[in-house]
Design a protein around this ligand. Structure first.
Ligand code: COI
Length: 360
């Protein structure tokens, strides 16, 4: 379908932030995309408008029962000054699963890229140029019916907002640096049958107690263990987790439905296999990770995600004890993955996987 979204331009463009100190999602661009859904009418009135606060009724159901979902994507500037997305078809696929889980109306499959492209064309100057940066894209949908019934809403809003961004954890733009992660064995993120595989705010809100506790140990985030036994590694607060032990890579499988199906996760697995590195998707006990750390066979741990990109982990804190990985240095596989992925995303490494989608 071809969309023609009307554009209302801001009369007060903001000053662009310094690209060398963007941090993660601290600044937002001049415009946003908005679309409404009404039962019986479907999705309608998609439009690009100036970025501004929303009007929302205090009795809007999302504020009480959290019927919402979001996605995370990025747009990248290439050396020839074009702008491209990375695997947006995977966001569409994941959105469909989240909509189904949250009883929310599906967006037509082609709408996401069309809406993102329409918005980024208006805010193209906001796509940063500096090494290690990108334009973070946050599409989200929420139920906006004035109702306290615990029922799916009849009215929804779909918005997209944009933020020029650096890396999520590491503050180093010219290269990767490692982070400390706290192994969380008290609280859990997701149980089987829950919403772990869906991209919903509640998964993150419910994790904040644990990540705040992690900070007491000077850690940036948590490594979650499984809900049933608190035994097997699952994912990191904002990203998927990978462990390189004896030259093989381990990561939690999606089968349990408790892990977020990360697009970077999928890309990492594809690249590792292409490079001839064995990837084991399945259960890995935290005790085996600690044993590997003690006997020297734990070579690397890293996180993967849209916001996190590839974030190497230099230390795991478990039961109050520090387990340093590779002397706290960035490992070669994490480095190669970062260089390749970010290289493909920014058009500096050939995209022989067909992962990038030019939009402007
Ligand atoms: C992303 O990587 O896009 C995410 O949604 C993680 C976010 C919670 C920081």
């Amino acid at each position: 379908m071809s969309y023609n979204f009307p554009v209302t331009r801001t009369t007060h463009p903001k000053q662009k932030p310094d690209e060398s100190a963007l941090g993660f999602a601290k600044y937002f661009t001049d415009h946003m995309f908005v679309m409404d859904y009404d039962e019986g009418q479907g999705w309608h009135d998609g439009r690009v408008v100036p970025y501004e606060p929303l009007q929302i009724d205090p009795a809007s159901c999302v504020l009480h029962y959290a019927q919402m979902m979001f996605e995370g994507m990025k747009a990248y500037r290439t050396p020839d000054n074009k702008i491209q997305l990375f695997r947006p078809d995977m966001n569409v696929k994941r959105m469909r699963k989240t909509f189904e889980r949250m009883c929310m109306p599906y967006l037509p499959d082609d709408l996401l890229v069309e809406a993102v492209s329409a918005l980024i064309k208006v805010d193209a100057d906001w796509v940063p140029h500096a090494q290690g940066t990108s334009l973070y894209i946050r599409p989200f949908v929420f139920g906006d019916e004035v109702s306290f019934s615990v029922l799916p809403a009849k009215h929804y809003r779909f918005l997209i907002i944009l933020s020029p961004t650096g890396s999520y954890y590491a503050a180093n733009y010219n290269g990767l640096s490692t982070t400390r992660i706290y192994v969380q064995d008290k609280y859990i993120r997701a149980a089987q049958g829950g919403t772990g595989y869906a991209k919903v705010g509640g998964n993150y809100g419910g994790g904040m107690r644990a990540s705040q506790d992690a900070m007491k140990y000077n850690c940036k985030d948590v490594l979650w263990l499984d809900a049933a036994e608190h035994k097997y590694v699952e994912e990191i607060g904002t990203s998927n987790a990978f462990f390189r032990i004896n030259d093989e890579v381990y990561t939690a499988s999606l089968e349990s439905g408790t892990i977020l199906p990360g697009i970077t996760r999928d890309s990492v697995i594809t690249l590792l296999k292409k490079w001839g590195i064995k990837v084991n998707e399945g259960k890995l006990a935290i005790d085996d990770v600690i044993a590997a750390s003690k006997d020297g066979s734990l070579q690397e741990v890293f996180a993967s995600g849209t916001a996190a990109v590839i974030s190497p982990i230099g230390c795991l804190n478990y039961n109050g004890e520090d387990f340093t990985i590779a002397d706290g240095n960035v490992g070669p596989v994490a480095q190669k993955l970062y260089d390749t992925l970010y290289g493909i995303q920014t058009g500096k490494v050939e995209d022989d996987m067909g992962w990038t989608v030019p939009i402007a």
